[in-house]
Structure formats: structure tokens, C-alpha cells
Design a protein around this ligand. Structure first.
Ligand code: SF4
Length: 325
């Protein structure tokens, strides 16, 4: 079966305040070469990949982003891009109509968290980014990476996003080791209760039910791995390497050199990585979103069902939401 998703790292640069002392260092990092990207996008399509996630720290800092998006659309790939509203405001017209899923990340850059009252306040760029996107015919969704430190803010985020008339999608990402004996596991139930209560009250907040159930169960089990990183997703680094089994461990980084299709079809290294997916020491308790969600599309079990239900429900919810908007 062909991998469903490709995580493509175009740049490792991060968006920083121009005043920051780090800004110069980060601009020295080499970005992906456009010729390599074009060749790989074509091979991804030949391999049967359907969905491309423009990953990396900030894809909109990639100089040729417009060309990459155009090429991806020409290959018929569904494109997801996550960015900060701040940067979107500068690049919006360049990418107009080229992104299927435009996500704004909610973080310290655009949200002011008040610890005492668990309230939040939007930074100026958030509403401006949403309004600009809408004026250009885009439908941005706010991605909130929820964790044990910030889940108390979920209701405040629900109210704010409701006032902006925008949907929120919860990212239930890695929370570190969450095996049965981990102290973290004792707090997961508190966070789950908040997620379930708030999403029940506010229909414009969505989350993946399979991901929450997986988190509650302690994440990936090395002895009986649910992670199918190699079968479900392809990850390509800025220096044109195939990261195996996933970008998190990247135990092997195979130079692609224009042979992505052949590599993925027949390389013994890929075959070997496949045998180790989800079974290495760092895999215990892993809940990495970018690999687990595609993995839930493989093999029929309760996570497969919950994942299917989630996406069917989310498609309907987004359709209804857009009709109302
Ligand atoms: S379980 Fe996590 S760390 Fe291990 S291969 Fe899968 S995604 Fe990578």
C-alpha cells in the first residue's frame, strides 16, 4: 500500500522578530533545492501519495514557496500548510488558491496567555490574518497544540475563535513518555475531560478521537506497535534525504538524488526501517501526530474506526461551518 502522506521539509528557518540575535544564524541554514523538490513531487505522485504536509519550521520562509505549491497542485496533491498569521500577512497573495488546508498555529506569537485567570487575548496579527485569508477566498483553521500545560485555556480559545467565526483543530501531539507508570499518564484524564466537555459545548472545535484514545492508552507500545511510520508517511529533509523511520528519530537519512520512486520501491534500507518502525526505545509512548494519524489509516482496529469517524464528522462539520459563515 502506498504511503498516504509526505512530510516535506523545505526550510529549517524559523520566523523571528528581526530584532532577535538568532535571526542571522537561522538564515544561514540551507533550504531545499527547487529542482530536487520538483522531481520528488513528481515521484511522490507516482508512488501514490495523496497528501503533502509542508513541514519544517516555517514553510512560508522558503523563497520558492509559490513554485512548490504550484507544482504540488499540478501533481494533484492535496496541500496542507501551517504558518503564523504574522508571516501569512506578508505572503498571502503569493499563495492564494494554492493551499487546500491553511492552518494558523496558535502560540505565544499571536495569543497572550494570562496565567492567573486562564484567559487569553489575541495578538493583532491573528484577526488580521483571518480577515485577509477570508478576503482572498481562503478558509483558515486555527491549530491549537494542546498539552498538559495549556489545556486550561481551551474554553478561552473556544470563546475567542467563536467571536472570530473560525474553526479550531486540536493537535494532540507528543507529551513525552506516557507509559502506564509515567506521572504524565495521571494527568491525561484531566485533559481528556476538558477536551470532551469543551468540544461538546462548542461545535466549532474539532479533535481526532483516535488520537485522544491513543493518548489515553499510553501511546505507542514497542512490543505491539501501532506506529506505521514507514508505510504511512514519507519524510524528506531540506538536504534531499529520506528520513527513516521518521523525522523524529531519523536513524537513517538516505540521499535521494532523483531516485525517490526506485528507492521507496526497492531499497533494502527501507525494508529494514519498516521492520523497526515503532519498535525502538524512543518509540515507547510516542504519539507523534504526523506519523500516528497516517498510521491510523492502516490496519482495522478501534483507532482505525475512531479515525474514520473523526474525518467523516470533520468534513461535515467544516461544510456546515462554511455554509453558516
Ligand atoms: S513510534 Fe514515534 S519515534 Fe518511533 S518510529 Fe513511530 S513516529 Fe518515530
Amino acid at each position: 500500500m502506498a504511503p498516504l502522506v509526505a512530510n516535506y521539509y523545505l526550510t529549517n528557518r524559523i520566523y523571528l522578530d528581526p530584532e532577535s540575535s538568532l535571526a542571522e544564524d537561522m538564515t544561514a541554514v540551507e533550504d531545499a533545492n527547487l529542482t530536487d523538490v520538483a522531481r520528488n513531487l513528481s515521484d511522490l505522485r507516482r508512488l501514490g501519495v495523496k497528501y503533502i504536509n509542508l513541514a519544517g519550521t516555517e514553510p512560508l520562509l522558503y523563497a520558492d514557496i509559490q513554485q512548490v505549491l504550484t507544482l504540488a497542485k499540478e501533481q494533484g496533491l492535496v496541500v496542507s500548510l501551517s504558518t503564523s498569521p504574522n508571516l501569512y500577512l506578508k505572503q498571502a497573495r503569493k499563495i492564494k488558491g494554492l493551499v487546500d488546508y491553511l492552518n494558523f498555529s496558535l502560540d505565544d506569537d499571536n495569543i497572550i496567555f494570562s496565567d492567573k485567570s486562564a484567559s487569553i487575548e489575541a495578538g493583532g496579527s491573528l484577526l488580521a490574518g483571518i480577515e485577509l485569508a477570508r478576503s482572498l477566498g481562503e478558509y483558515p483553521v486555527l491549530n491549537f497544540t494542546i498539552n498538559l500545560q495549556n489545556y486550561h485555556y481551551l474554553e478561552a480559545i473556544a470563546k475567542l475563535s467563536q467571536s472570530f467565526g473560525v474553526r479550531v483543530w486540536l493537535i494532540l501531539n507528543s507529551l513525552g513518555a506516557i507509559g502506564e507508570d509515567s506521572p504524565v499518564s495521571h494527568h491525561i484524564s484531566g485533559m481528556s475531560a476538558v477536551i470532551e466537555a469543551v468540544t461538546h459545548k462548542y461545535s466549532h472545535i474539532g479533535y481526532n478521537k483516535a488520537a485522544l484514545a491513543f493518548l489515553q492508552a499510553g501511546g505507542n507500545d514497542r512490543q505491539n506497535p501501532r506506529c506505521q511510520a514507514v508505510d504511512a508517511a514519507i519524510s524528506i529533509s531540506t538536504d534531499d534525504r529520506l528520513l527513516m523511520p521518521c523525522s523524529h528519530i531519523a536513524q537513517t537519512a538516505i540521499p535521494i538524488e532523483g531516485k525517490l520512486f526506485d528507492l521507496y520501491q526497492s531499497s533494502p534500507i527501507i525494508e529494514k526501517s519498516r521492520k523497526f518502525q515503532g519498535k525502538m526505545p524512543p518509540c515507547q509512548g510516542c504519539t507523534l501526530w504526523t506519523y500516528m494519524i497516517p498510521s491510523f489509516f492502516i490496519g482495522v482496529d478501534k483507532y482505525w474506526w475512531l479515525n474514520q469517524l473523526t474525518y467523516a464528522g470533520e468534513v461535515l462539520a467544516r461544510r456546515r461551518f462554511l455554509q453558516r459563515a
